[in-house]
Design a protein around this ligand. Structure first.
Ligand SMILES: Nc1ncnc2c1ncn2[C@@H]1O[C@H](COP(=O)(O)OP(=O)(O)O)[C@@H](O)[C@H]1O
Ligand SMILES: [Mg+2]
Length: 508
């Protein structure tokens, strides 16, 4: 009898399937990996198991009996534990207090000495070393993760679910962590581990279930598969569309990063590590990678939002050191941010106002600190037409941006950022959430910028987009560039391997 069995699990959010007919079983002593790209539905599935979400349909069997946990509390009591992507520890409390917090039968009279003993025994047995009296806030992320696991083990769970546990660990910590998992497996625990790294799947799992766009696309036995097959299933889709990429990039460099890192805090995982790359005039450099591997940081050190820790950034031969966001924009660094509403638009303001957010102090919009309203309005009307920005209703250029659709908001940003003196365009997830028409439009605009001799950095989680538009493709993994491939040598498989942290020599 399986420890856990899922039958035909379905879950949708606003009409879109996050999980569509998922079947899966986990045995005692089995490490079962869930693999999939961002948004594939992995977290949704384990949230359903753990009682955080309710499935729309389907059945969950726990040790052969129907189980539908209404809350994590019920799941834990039945024997299912989960370490979530974001930890739920109380920072101002000690390790021991966190472990015994909210325990069944917990009271003033709880025997702390016995609890301490149970904790240290567990820690010893599985190699989960941590000081019971340390404050959580003083622990590294890796140590906090150990506390989360200990907390589950302390509650005598039999199945442990780990959602992207290695995302926060260094390679060395990961090696140690896998030792812990092997110990747990030996003791008969069932384990579900979520990761998007092929090397980790190969190293630790017995079985793999691959999700793509909410669907279960493969069930494999790890020893019978290989990273190529895994990445082909994970990414899977056929590459289609051809864009009108004309001519080759010039030999002249438009943007150069030399050994760049960002300023980062001690335990921050979001660090850039010695990034060196060039973008030529008339070139689109694609940045591929699983999200959270430094993409946002890369865009932000170039645009000046984050400070450069070390290294140098040159725009058309001139150093950007010491230049702020506005100076860089004026020098020709344009930014299409992945977070439209957060970084790029002021939604309560009108189309007109948003179009001049970056230049309102300059001619022709301002002279001697007087605002030239007619020039500003003329600019808005022209840009709206040129970039096909559509506002429903009668307000036209005076429409507040919050009333525009996502596609029209994105076109507005592009209309503002793709101005004549832009030299390099940092486009981060530029088509995310757009309909097909708007997506096509945005891709065309980027291609035109390239054809006009500008440099484009296309950061995208959509590998199809990267492969369709880029002259060269760099892959970010763990804050490092792990490989740069030309358009000709790039294949989904090679890129997929690099995205999973397999080194370039091995991927070739
Ligand atoms: N609470 C939620 N509300 C709305 N949509 C959600 C919610 N949770 C997940 N989704 C959507 O479900 C899909 C799958 O997400 P998720 O399970 O988090 O993927 P993964 O963990 O594989 O990256 C995504 O499109 C995501 O936006
Ligand atoms: Mg997830």
């Amino acid at each position: 009898m399986s420890l856990l069995q899922l039958k035909h699990i379905c879950k949708s959010f606003s009409g879109v399937y996050a999980n569509e007919n998922i079947n899966l079983s986990v045995e005692k002593g089995e490490i079962h990996a869930l693999l999939g790209e961002n948004g594939a539905g992995k977290t949704t599935l384990v949230n359903i198991i753990f009682g955080l979400y309710t499935a729309d349909s389907g059945e969950i069997l726990w040790k052969g009996k129907p189980a539908d946990f209404a809350s994590p509390k019920e799941a834990i009591e039945a024997g299912v534990g989960m370490v979530q992507q974001h930890f739920s520890l109380v920072n101002k409390m000690t390790v021991l207090d966190n472990i015994i917090l909210n325990l069944k039968g917990n009271s003033f009279f709880l025997d702390r000495a016995a609890a301490r003993k149970k904790l240290t025994d567990l820690a010893e047995k599985y190699g989960l070393h941590v000081n019971p009296d340390a404050l959580i806030s003083d622990l590294s992320v890796g140590e906090q993760q150990r506390v989360e696991i200990l907390k589950a083990l302390y509650r005598d769970v039999e199945l442990l679910i780990l959602d992207e546990p290695t995302g926060v660990l260094t390679p060395q910590e990961t090696t140690h962590f896998f030792e812990v998992l092997r110990n747990l497996k030996k003791e008969g625990y069932g384990i579900i581990i979520i990761t998007h790294r092929m090397s980790e799947i190969m190293a630790i799992s017995d079985k793999v279930t691959i999700l793509r766009d909410g669907k279960q696309v493969a069930d494999l036995t790890t020893k019978d598969t290989n990273p190529e097959e895994l990445s082909a299933y994970m990414i899977g889709r056929e590459l289609s569309e051809d864009y009108h990429i004309e001519g080759s990039p010039k030999n002249e460099v438009m943007l150069e990063l030399k050994h760049v890192s960002n300023c980062h805090r001690k335990h921050s995982r979001h660090k850039l590590d010695d990034i060196s790359l060039t973008i030529h005039k008339g070139e689109i450099l694609g940045i591929a990678g699983v999200e959270g591997n430094g993409q946002k940081e890369l865009a932000e050190v170039i645009t000046g939002i984050q400070k450069t820790g070390s290294g140098e950034i040159l725009l058309d031969g001139a150093s950007l050191a010491g230049e702020g966001i506005r100076e860089r924009y004026e020098a020709g660094v344009s930014y299409i941010s992945e977070d439209r509403l957060q970084d790029s638009l002021i939604t309560g303001m009108s189309i007109t106002e948003n179009l001049i957010l970056r230049e309102y102090k300059k001619s022709p919009f301002a002279r001697h600190s007087l605002v030239n309203m007619s020039a500003i309005r003329k600019n808005a009307a022209e840009k709206m037409q040129q970039y096909h920005v559509r506002a429903s209703g009668k307000s036209g250029i005076d429409t507040p941006v919050k009333l525009l659709s996502g596609g029209n908001q994105q076109k507005l940003i592009i209309a503002r950022e793709l101005h004549d003196h832009a030299k390099v365009i940092i486009a981060s997830q530029p088509t995310r959430g757009l309909d097909i028409g708007a997506t096509e439009f945005v891709r065309q605009q980027l291609t035109e910028q390239r054809n006009a001799g500008k440099g484009v950095m296309l950061i995208s989680a959509d590998l199809e987009e990267i492969m369709a538009l880029s002259d060269r493709i760099a892959v970010l993994f763990g804050g490092k560039i792990v490989g740069i491939l030309s358009r000709e040598e790039a294949t989904v498989q090679k890129i997929g391997l690099l995205m999973g942290g397999i080194k370039e020599e091995e991927a070739r």
